[in-house]
Design a protein around this ligand. Structure first.
Ligand code: F6R
Length: 606
C-alpha cells in the first residue's frame, strides 16, 4: 500500500527520495508527492498518477533543492486519487506523510474544525498534520506522543516541523517503518528496497516508537520519552536482488529465481542429509502435543496453505483447517490450547493476517509465522517464525514467495510426520532427498517457457479460462486462476475437477479453454474422465501432467509435461508453467504485469 521515504543528509534529497519511491512502486499506488526543507520553508509538490508525472512536474516547475525531505506514494482509501488528496499534507507548522488508516478521523476532524482548522482534502491523513500542529508547543516529541493518544487505527508517519529544519520525526503503529542508517545520512522507509542503494544497515521501528533523525544521528524513544537502544540489522541481499537484471519484468525474473529460492529456503534446515528443522519455541515435545493446525492467510499465501493442508494431513495425519484471514478474524473461531495457528505471509504486514495472529495470541494459542520479510510485524509478533528466505519479491503478483511458502510447509509436514512417528527415519530421509532435488526439477520445468508462450498466443483473447484439478492439483488450479485474472484481467475460475459437473459445466462452450492439472498418479484417471466431460462440450483442453503419464490424444489439444517421480512434491513444479502462462498472456494483452490495476503488494488495510 502507501510507501514512505525520507532522507536527511548532505546531498540533495530530491533524487534520493524519488528513487526510493520508485523502488516502492511495487506496493501499489495512484499518486505521489514530496516535501523538502527549502531554505526557511517547506516546499511540497504532489501529483496524481505515476511517479513520472511527479518527476516531470518537479522538472517543469521550480527545481527543488534541499538536504532533508519526505516522500510518499499513495494508494487511495479515503478520497479519490487526485493531486490534492496526494501526500504530503500540511497544516500550520506541520507536514506529514502517512501509511495506514485513521479510524476515528471524522471525530478528530470535527474537533479541529471547531478550532478553526480548514481542511483542503478528503483524506483521513490530513487531520494528523492538523492535530500535530494543534498539539505542538516547541516540543515535537511531546506533540507526537499526545497525538498518538488520540489517533485510532494504523499509522506510520514521516513528519517535518517547520521550525525544526533538517530533522525528520517518525512514529509507527500497526504499519511498517524502518530507519536506514548511513554515513552522514539517515533515512526512513516503508521497506528496505527504498534504501538499499545507500545503506544496508537499518533499524526496525517497533510499535509506538518515535524516531528523530538528523544527518548524523538517529534517536529512538518510547511513548514515555525513554531512550531506546535499537539493534542495527544488516540486509542480507544486495541491490541487484531488487533490480530486473536483464529480465523484461520483475515477475519473470522472480519466476526464474524459483530454483534458487527453493534451494535457499530448504538448505538452511539441513545438516548434511539430515533434516534439522529447529523452530524457536516449537520443540518436538510441543509439536507432538498438537491436536489440530489452523493455517490462516490471504490470496496466494492461502493457496500455499491449502497445499500444506493436503500434505500435513497425508504425512502426519493431523487435522488441518485452512482459513481466509479476513473470515477467521471475525468468525469467533473454535481454537484450543492444543492447536497451532500458522500464519503465512510474504510481506508479514497483511492487515487481516496480522489481526488473525493477534486474535490467536490474545487467546494464548501458539502461533507460527511463515514469512518472507525479515523483521516484519507478523514475524515479530508470532511465537515462532519460519523464514522463507526468497529475497525481495517486487512484482505485485506473488510467484517465488508462493513456492517457498510451499517448501516451508513441506518441511513442516515431514518434521511433524517424523515427530508423530507416522514415517520412519528412513522414509523421512527419502522424502527429504526428493525434496532437495526439487530445485533441479523446477529448473527443468522452466524449459516449458517457449511452449507456454505459444499457449498464451492461442488463448490471449479468451473471455473465460477454467482450471481444474484434484487434491493438491486443485490448490494449484486456484493459484493458476488467481494469477491469470489478476495479471491479464481475463475472467477465470478454478474448480475441483469432480465438482464442475455440479453446475459450472454449463459455462463450457465451443473453444472454452480448460486447463487441467493432473499430476497425482492415484487421481489421474479420475481427472481424465472429467476432461472427457468438458471435451464432449467443445472445450479446448490443455493438460499439465507428469512426463510419464499416458496421454489420450483425442482428449487433449496441448500437453505440458513436468518432470516425473516427484511424489508429493509436484505442486512445486506444476505451478511454474501456469505462472508463465499468466505472465505471457498479460504481456501479450499489454497489461502492466508488475503492477496490475487496483492491486497493492502489501495489503495493510482490511
Ligand atoms: C497474489 C498475491 C496476493 C497475496 C496476498 C497476501 O499474487 O500476491 O494474493 O498473496 O495479498 O499477501 P502476503 O503474503 O504478503 O500476506
Amino acid at each position: 500500500m502507501c510507501g514512505i521515504v525520507g532522507y536527511v543528509g548532505k546531498s540533495n534529497c530530491v533524487e534520493c527520495i524519488l528513487d526510493g519511491l520508485s523502488r516502492l512502486e511495487y506496493r501499489g499506488y495512484d499518486s505521489a508527492g514530496i516535501a523538502i526543507f527549502n531554505e526557511n520553508n517547506i516546499s511540497i509538490m504532489k501529483k496524481c498518477g505515476k511517479l513520472n508525472n511527479l518527476k516531470e512536474y518537479i522538472e517543469k516547475n521550480s527545481p527543488l533543492n534541499g538536504t532533508c525531505g519526505i516522500g510518499h506514494t499513495r494508494w487511495a482509501t479515503h478520497g479519490k486519487p487526485s493531486d490534492l488528496n496526494s501526500h504530503p499534507h500540511s497544516q500550520g507548522r506541520v507536514t506529514i506523510v502517512h501509511n495506514g488508516i485513521i479510524e476515528n478521523y471524522l471525530q478528530i476532524k470535527q474537533f479541529l474544525a471547531e478550532k478553526n482548522y480548514i481542511f483542503k482534502t478528503e483524506t483521513d491523513s490530513e487531520i494528523v498534520a492538523a492535530l500535530l500542529d494543534f498539539l505542538y508547543d516547541k516540543d515535537p516529541v511531546q506533540a507526537i506522543i499526545e497525538a498518538s493518544k488520540k489517533l485510532e487505527g494504523s499509522y506510520s508517519l514521516g513528519i517535518l516541523f517547520e521550525d525544526q529544519p533538517d530533522k525528520i520525526y517518525a512514529i509507527r503503529k500497526n504499519s511498517p517503518l524502518i530507519i536506514g542508517v548511513g554515513k552522514s545520512e539517515n533515512f526512513i522507509a516503508s521497506d528496505v528496497p527504498a534504501i538499499i542503494k545507500h545503506t544496508k544497515k537499518y533499524m526496525l521501528l517497533d510499535q509506538g516508537e518515535i524516531a528523530i533523525l538528523t544527518k548524523d544521528s538517529v534517536k529512538v524513544v518510547d511513548l514515555q520519552k525513554n531512550k531506546i537502544q535499537k539493534k542495527i540489522q544488516t540486509v542480507d541481499w544486495d541491490v541487484e536482488s531488487a533490480e530486473k537484471n536483464g529480465f523484461s519484468h520483475f515477475m519473470l525474473k522472480e519466476i526464474f529465481e524459483q530454483p534458487k529460492a527453493a534451494k535457499r529456503c530448504m538448505g538452511l534446515h539441513f545438516d548434511g542429509d539430515r533434516l534439522e528443522l529447529k523452530i524457536k519455541n516449537l520443540s518436538d515435545k510441543k509439536l507432538k502435543s498438537l491436536k489440530k493446525i489452523h493455517i490462516v492467510a490471504c490470496g496466494t499465501a492461502m493457496h500455499a496453505g491449502m497445499v500444506g493442508k493436503y500434505i500435513i494431513e497425508k504425512l502426519a495425519k493431523i487435522p488441518v483447517e485452512v482459513e481466509i484471514a479476513s473470515e477467521f478474524r471475525y468468525k469467533n473461531p473454535i481454537i484450543s490450547k492444543e492447536d497451532l495457528i500458522v500464519i503465512i505471509s510474504q510481506s508479514g504486514e497483511t492487515a487481516d493476517s496480522l489481526a488473525a495472529l493477534r486474535l490467536a495470541r490474545e487467546k494464548n494459542i501458539l502461533t507460527l509465522a511463515v514469512v518472507n520479510v525479515v523483521g516484519s510485524s507478523i514475524a515479530r509478533e508470532a511465537d515462532s517464525v519460519l523464514y522463507t528466505h526468497a529475497g525481495p519479491e517486487i512484482s505485485v503478483a506473488s510467484t517465488k514467495a508462493f513456492t517457498v511458502q510451499m517448501v516451508a510447509l513441506y518441511l513442516l509436514a515431514i518434521k511433524l510426520a517424523n515427530v508423530f512417528e507416522k514415517i520412519s527415519d528412513n522414509e523421512c530421509y527419502k522424502l527429504c532427498e526428493k525434496l532437495r532435488d526439487i530445485p533441479n526439477k523446477i529448473e527443468k520445468t522452466l524449459e516449458t517457457d517457449d511452449q507456454i508462450l505459444k499457449l498464451s498466443n492461442i488463448f490471449q483473447n479468451s473471455k473465460d479460462v477454467f482450471f481444474i484439478g484434484r487434491g493438491v492439483d486443485y490448490c494449484i488450479s486456484l493459484e493458476a486462476s488467481l494469477k491469470l485474472k489478476e495479471l491479464s484481467y481475463i475472467h477465470s475460475e478454478a474448480y475441483a475437477a469432480g465438482e464442475l459437473k455440479h453446475g459450472t459445466i454449463s459455462l463450457i462452450e465451443e473453444n472454452t479453454p480448460v486447463i487441467a492439472i493432473a499430476t497425482q498418479d492415484d487421481l489421474y484417471a479420475k481427472t481424465i474422465s472429467n476432461l472427457k466431460e468438458v471435451k464432449a462440450r467443445g472445450a479446448k483442453v490443455v493438460l499439465i501432467c507428469n512426463e510419464n503419464s499416458p496421454i489420450d490424444k483425442s482428449l487433449t489439444d496441448l500437453v505440458v509435461k513436468i518432470p516425473s517421480n516427484m511424489d508429493i512434491f509436484t505442486p512445486l513444479c506444476s505451478i511454474v508453467p501456469l505462472q508463465l502462462f499468466a505472465y505471457h498472456t498479460a504481456v501479450l494483452r499489454g497489461c502492466d504485469v508488475d503492477r496490475p490495476r487496483n492491486l497493492a503488494k502489501s495489503v495493510t488495510v482490511e
